[in-house]
Design a protein around this ligand. Structure first.
Ligand code: FES
Length: 255
């Protein structure tokens, strides 16, 4: 059940160019949150729409969130100082399925945030994809305490292996027997990951990101077509079984 919280900001720091890590004192929210869920953040009275942001950590009664500076709302958020309070609605949506055996987390860009929360709660390795070294090195540090192995690709080859996460995935899968893949990031990346998971008979869960208004299932702004009909990302997701949301028989990227 989602609730409203007035959470104190403990820190709000830029960890890479235009990427911020916000840490909130929110023990009750941390207690009720599951990996894969998100919160709606009220930035100020000036912005009527709340911002949906994935929960990246709930350890020690603190809720950690990552966001990228993309406009006036997030710019305003980046100026908030420790000691100030933020109104947070959460935890929203569904989480990843429980799993007792080791899983592989595959994420690109800001999609790594919900996977970090999964890393805290599951036995896992992680495959991190980013455009440049600046985009992946801080994620490597965030994941290091929680996973056994870290694999990294950068589009420009400025750090670790040059290429995309999907390029390295076959090699990673051939070296270890994972029980499932959880993925979040650009849709084209998730589609490729899910297709390969299907070929390997591996369960795959994807975390969808969509523009959201209410975040509560009331406005339909986040609806997508799935194998089980029209679904709302905010309420029926953001975590979906890959088989529900991707049509592997078609190459149509709109499916
Ligand atoms: Fe309103 Fe999903 S954001 S229904």
């Amino acid at each position: 059940m989602a609730k409203n919280f007035e959470a104190e900001i403990l820190s709000n720091e830029e960890v890479a160019e235009k990427i911020f890590r916000l840490t909130l004192a929110a023990p009750e929210l941390a207690e009720i949150s599951r990996a894969g869920q998100f919160v709606q953040v009220k930035i100020s009275d000036e912005f009527t729409l709340r911002r949906p942001l994935g929960i990246a950590s709930t350890a020690g009664g603190r809720v950690k969130i990552f966001y990228r500076l993309v406009g006036r709302g997030t710019e305003n958020l980046s100026k908030k100082k420790s000691g100030e309070r933020l109104n947070i609605l959460g935890a929203l949506g569904n989480g990843f399925s429980p799993c007792n055996r080791k899983i592989l987390l595959v994420g690109g860009g800001m999609g790594l945030a919900p996977l970090l929360c999964a890393a805290e709660n599951y036995s896992a390795d992680v495959l991190i994809g980013g455009r440049t070294s600046d985009e992946v090195i801080f994620w490597q540090e965030e994941f290091r305490p929680h996973v056994e192995k870290i694999f990294i690709t950068t589009d420009d080859g400025s750090y670790a292996k040059k290429g995309f996460a999907i390029d390295l995935l076959p090699e990673v899968l051939s070296a270890e027997n994972y029980s499932a893949i959880f993925t979040c990031g650009p849709e084209i990346m998730m589609r490729g990951i899910a297709k390969l998971a299907k070929e390997k008979n591996l369960p795959c869960e994807v975390s969808f990101e969509k523009r959201m208004a209410c975040g509560l299932g009331a406005c339909l702004s986040c609806s997508i077509d799935t194998a089980r009909g029209r679904k709302k990302v905010c309420k029926d997701g953001p975590i979906f079984d890959a088989k529900e949301v991707f049509d592997y028989e078609s190459d149509n990227p709109e499916n």
